[in-house]
Design a protein around this ligand. Sequence first.
Ligand code: SF4
Ligand code: SF4
Length: 464
Amino acid sequence: MLHPEHFHEVQHGARRLLFHAPTASLFDADPLVGAVLGLLRDGADPATLVTGLRDRFPQAELDAVVAELALLDASAPATPASLAQPAPAALVLALTSGCNLACSYCYKEDLTRPGAARRMTESRACEAVDLLMRVCGPAPLVTVTFFGGEPLLELPLIRRIVAYAEAAAARDGKQVAFALTTNAMLLDDAAIDFLDAHRFGITVSIDGPATLHDRHRRTAGGQGSYATVATNLGRLLQRKRSRPVGARVTLAAGCTDVAGIHAHLHDQLGFTEIGFAPVTAGTAAAFCLDDADLAAVFAGFHALGRRWRDAAIAGHDIGFANIANLVAALHKGAPRELPCGAGTRMLAADADGALHLCHRFVGSDGPTFGSTEQGIDAAAVRDFVARALFRAAAFCTGCIARPVCAGGCYHESYARHGDLFRPTDHYCELIREWVRFGIGVMADIKASNPGFLAINAQPRRAAT
Ligand code: SF4
Ligand code: SF4
């Protein structure tokens, strides 16, 4: 059966593109396809629709287009079995609730100063690694991500966990990868060399030049952190060779200069990958972007996205992770059933061993899904997945953004509405515009430098 709501036409310059959301497929739409879809949307029956267009198009072509569209719709993937039987291959370890900064917009409800922190013990961390190895199934690669607070406050513990996880992975015939998000305040040469030797994927939280960064990212005493961060970064970007270092920018109220921030981080500091995370929900409501700020941020995303596209066509990557991730997802052509891997491919363990959907839920009063000691609460995960799938089916059917958004971030829904399953509907139209924009960018690159899309699809993007 043909579902016209699955097909979206995107006018991109002189080109008329057709995007099929369930398979994330992209085509040039000719007038015949446009006419067929137009009639279907108006409620025409596919069997009799040919009659209405017979005077404008040859019968054989009409039959062929209807058959092709129906075939495409029928090829939409069923819900993957992996969602019914989750086997997370990634675990976040929230090592400490302590942080050496006191950023004004921080969403962490359990954040403390380092001296008052809840800290994960080594035995708890090893228990978590054992759990990961047990539940990951046949996955050849598992990932351990260290989070805080500021995880580098626990560097001696990180060293011991890395040794333990590498031995466990070797025993089980798997690879283990490590990742960490840091404020960069404690990055000295010894720390950098250790992280480099173990091929850590590092994301640095930094908000741009000193005037912007120091607005929110301050010490408990109120001092800006930019000077220290910039010094340490110089060292990090010079010494770390194994994997690129990403920057994660938090865009809070009044801070919408996407182009200026990118220019500082990419051209002056030397980051190769920059991802932007707009604050739109959370406990620090005063720092959320309002509608005007959000519109300005997305206008900035579009402008920088056009620069990224032009560079890509010329064979360069200017490291704008938001558009790179969007285009990679569209190019992959495998639509998401769920917005992210929280609960299905990834869980986060807190200092007591409780398992949360992801790092953002650690310290919140959100639901938990078992523990490192007792194992994953499979029934709770199944119920969560069923409700998340229902949310996307009920709310997002027919939305052009569904293959990449699928209802949006659960934490954002929870922080804003106290409900994991309420879609992040406050900026759906901006997301749809962003996806339409990404489709146009992908079409341009496909037409002029298709080889770039394969390189861009590599999993190396800064967390956004
Ligand atoms: S933009 Fe809105 S309707 Fe569309 S998939 Fe995302 S949450 Fe659902
Ligand atoms: S999108 Fe939201 S729920 Fe999913 S992992 Fe990210 S913060 Fe967590």
